[in-house]
Design a protein around this ligand. Structure first.
Ligand SMILES: [Ca+2]
Length: 484
């Protein structure tokens, strides 16, 4: 608490720690208020309808002893007190020295059938389960995140510890109608909160907790093991006993998590086509930290590659951890290179850019990985696909190329063979370079107009180089200028 008068205008900084403490106090009070509402009635089983000094037997139901709770199958979930008042009661919890976690009462149940002798053979044991069920004070809100916890403790006479003590939330009160002979069967459901580890220290109360997104307006909570023996993990806890795994339960809570959480979902598995991407955006919320599978922590994440993506959101003290996973598959789309020009005397092949793609159909109906072009035209390729059909088109132009270059011309003005004229030069720019015998450039043209008359160079042998930047074609050789 802040004492008045310690701070003045001159020592204003003293005010700061004081404010911080005040804010902290307010924050704690708010946090406590936010988590205070427990949707579970009679959460510590202290509201007792009649006393009992030992476990329940078939025909009796938990609902006759503990207000608002019931056993939804023929399994006889038990009610325990540390202060038996019933005449003749002298024992605590089933001959053990265990006490309820809080108050004077708790419940207890078998969560699996196995002992040390049957441990290697659990597929063949007749399963027996006990469950406890309660109607929440109000239904969960669909799409909202809830925090649930309970405390469990292994009865010290249990030979084995087992995992899979779970908390199942349903819209209707799940149950099994069983007669005395078939009682105690398994209810197969997927509990929203489940304990993954066999907790085997019988002197200890363990917290089983978790957070989940309510996928419906659930109003019933059922506690127990919803898995077969073969899906349950056992651990030897007490070699001097042969009792099946039995746990005490106390202090059940369902309510808001310590921080408000987003309903974490990456949606359904998805396919991206070509260079598509998908961006997942989660809100920035007080006390919430995000973690992606690659270790990044930004609430926004863009996916451009195939893979499995995992988002985890945790609350400030890690009370809640929500995880979602999605598979993204990137399917390539077909793309051809830019329009092209080629030498008509030399066919070219075209194929899609990038890694090899299957399911192609070309404009000529062929289905190869490539297409050979011999003449001008518009060519297309389609890629057949359910999710990502694609196509691309390319215009290719075939132009003439010289077959051979003349090796002499006679610039004497008689109108016959007066210029270095090369037959067959197609409609692309050609570069011409002429060198004399000493390697000096004596003529250059780009593009070559195909009309060089030798200028005033003397008769003799010269070298030419003819090529084009449009495609790979290069002619070299000698040309003789012959004047007479
Ligand atoms: Ca209690």
């Amino acid at each position: 608490v802040c004492a008045n008068g310690i701070f003045t205008l001159k020592s204003g900084f003293l005010f700061l720690p004081c404010m911080v403490r005040l804010f902290t106090l307010i924050f704690l009070l708010m946090a406590r208020a936010a988590t205070a509402q427990n949707l579970v009635p009679n959460p510590s089983f202290e509201d007792v309808l009649q006393p009992l000094c030992s476990y329940l037997v078939p025909g009796e139901n938990l609902s006759e002893f503990v207000n608002l709770w019931r056993a939804p199958t023929g399994g006889t979930t038990d009610f325990w007190t540390s202060t038996p008042t019933f005449p003749g009661c002298s024992r605590n919890i089933r001959n053990s020295n265990l006490l309820p976690r809080t108050g004077t009462t708790c419940i207890g149940m078998y969560i699996a059938t196995a002992n040390i002798n049957s441990l290697s053979n659990v597929a063949n044991v007749r399963p027996y389960r006990e469950y406890a069920q309660v109607k929440l004070q109000k239904p969960l809100v669909k799409g909202k995140v809830y925090y649930a916890e309970m405390y469990i403790s292994l009865l010290d006479r249990s030979a084995l510890a087992a995992n899979n003590m779970g908390m199942l939330f349903t819209t209707t009160p799940v149950q099994r109608d069983e007669d005395v002979n078939s009682r105690g069967g398994i209810m197969f459901y997927k509990p929203q909160v489940n304990n993954p580890n066999p907790l085997n220290n019988s002197g200890k109360w363990y917290k089983v907790s978790g957070c989940f997104v309510a996928d419906d307006a659930h109003q019933y909570l059922t506690i127990g093991n919803f898995f077969a023996e073969t899906a349950t993990t056992f651990l030897i806890a007490n070699r001097t006993s042969n009792l099946d795994p039995y746990y005490l339960i106390d202090d059940v809570f369902v309510g808001d998590p310590e921080n408000e959480l987003p309903a974490l979902s990456l949606g359904r598995d998805t396919v991206l086509c070509g260079n598509q991407s998908i961006t997942y955006r989660f809100p920035t919320m007080p006390g919430i930290a995000y973690f992606w599978q690659d270790g990044t922590t930004n609430p926004t994440y863009t996916v451009r590659k195939s893979g499995q993506y995992i988002i985890k959101a945790t609350t400030s003290s890690a009370q809640c951890e929500l995880i979602d996973t999605v598979q993204v598959r990137l399917e390539p789309t077909v793309k051809l290179a830019a329009d092209t020009v080629f030498c008509a005397d030399e066919p070219i092949t075209i194929k899609p850019i990038g890694p090899g793609l299957g399911n192609l159909v070309w404009s000529d109906g062929s289905r190869d990985s490539l297409l050979q072009l011999r003449q001008s035209g518009t060519f297309w390729v389609r890629r057949l696909s359910n999710k990502c059909p694609s196509a691309d088109t390319l215009v290719a132009r075939a132009v003439g190329c010289p077959g051979a270059v003349p090796n002499v011309f006679t610039p004497n003005g008689d109108g016959i063979n007066d210029t270095f004229r090369i037959p067959g030069l197609g409609d692309v720019p050609w570069r011409m370079t002429i060198l004399n015998r000493w390697g000096n450039v004596v003529y250059e043209a780009n593009p070559y107009p195909n009309d060089w008359n030798g200028g005033n160079l003397p008769s003799g042998v010269y070298y030419f180089q003819l090529n084009t930047p449009v495609f790979k074609r290069n002619y070299t050789g000698t040309v003789t200028i012959f004047r007479e």
